[in-house]
Write a protein that binds this ligand. Structure first.
Ligand SMILES: C[S@@+](CC[C@H](N)C(=O)[O-])C[C@H]1O[C@@H](n2cnc3c(N)ncnc32)[C@H](O)[C@@H]1O
Length: 293
């Protein structure tokens, strides 16, 4: 198994991205699996950390999948489009330029504008209204330089070289997985989010049913549940079917940082952030790709 370190910087900023948890999440995965499936790929932190030999990654948001496909097929295009749009934002009318891109994106959603919006929007949090309109205001920061973006493009491209990217609702993807395959699900945290893109609404009950079907076929499924306060209430309410998940883990952020601080006699206990990870299989550390401890 190759080195399972996450990419050094994110290609896209994306709400709920798993960049900080990715190393710990993939460490729980079994070493032996057929095809890797990631049906809520978003900004792809987990698949880019795993760097699978055979994989299908999908998302319901078409322009996002177009970003991934452009990364694979025409990385120079992705960089040139970013450089051209970013340059316009450096002038005095930054906000007007940003809003022009946002209006154009909302009229005709496309990969090049989405990349710029993700990198330049306020707080790096792309939000869509109920009707599917991207409505985040312009950020106060300066988007990363084009040269830095180009480096990320080249490193991320190599990491996802063997992944097939699809536009799809999660259901058909989970149903396509076969025995010994591995599926990682990082769904949106709100049950309403899936209504935005013309897909069937995302509901946890629909996802749990798909996971149940997959498990019955011998597919192993890992499911992330956000550990932050925002979903705290949601977490308690989760109606998990008894017996569906065999293992529940808390994935901590910044374990290496924690260790470093402890060695210096300090503790970061109060800063610990944990993510909940449910596995449909019995987790055996010696058969996993890495150690959580
Ligand atoms: C929490 S994000 C995934 C973040 C990802 N793990 C990362 O590291 O960036 C959830 C993703 O699910 C997608 N999504 C929402 N509803 C969906 C559905 N019904 N089927 C497939 N994908 C969906 C969203 O577009 C979003 O990119």
């Amino acid at each position: 198994m190759h080195d399972l370190t996450p990419p050094r910087g994110q290609l896209l900023k994306w709400i709920g991205n798993k960049q900080r948890f990715a190393a710990a999440i993939v460490a729980t995965f079994p070493r032996d699996f057929g095809t890797y499936w990631e049906p809520f790929v978003g900004a792809g932190a987990v698949v880019a950390t795993l760097r699978p030999e055979r994989a299908v990654a999908s998302d319901v948001l078409r322009p996002l999948v177009e970003v991934w496909r452009t990364l694979q097929a025409d990385p120079a295009r992705l960089v040139a489009d970013y450089a051209e749009r970013r340059a316009r934002l450096l002038g005095p009318d930054k906000v007007a330029q940003y809003l022009a891109v946002r209006t154009r994106y909302n009229a005709a959603p496309n990969a090049a504008d989405l990349v710029l919006l993700a990198r330049a929007c306020y707080g790096g949090v792309i939000r869509f209204s109920k009707k599917g309109t991207m409505n985040t205001p312009c950020g106060i920061h300066r988007p990363i330089p084009s040269e830095m973006f180009a480096k990320r493009v080249s490193s991320w491209r190599e990491r996802v070289a063997r992944v097939r990217f699809e536009v799809s609702d999660f259901d058909p993807m989970l149903d396509a997985a076969v025995a010994r395959d591995l599926v990682y699900c990082d769904p949106p945290y709100s049950d309403s989010a899936g209504t935005l893109y013309g897909a069937q609404a995302f509901t946890l009950s629909r996802l749990l049913a798909a996971i149940e079907r997959a498990k019955a076929r011998g597919v192993r499924v890992a499911l992330s549940i956000d550990g932050s306060k925002r979903s705290g209430r949601h977490e308690c309410d989760l109606p998990l079917p008894p017996g569906l998940f065999e293992t529940e883990l808390r994935v901590d952020v910044g374990r290496s940082m924690l260790r470093r601080f402890q060695m210096e006699g300090q503790t970061l206990e109060h800063e610990r952030v944990a993510d909940r990870l449910l596995l449909t299989w019995v987790w055996e550390p010696e058969r996993a790709t890495g150690s959580l401890l």
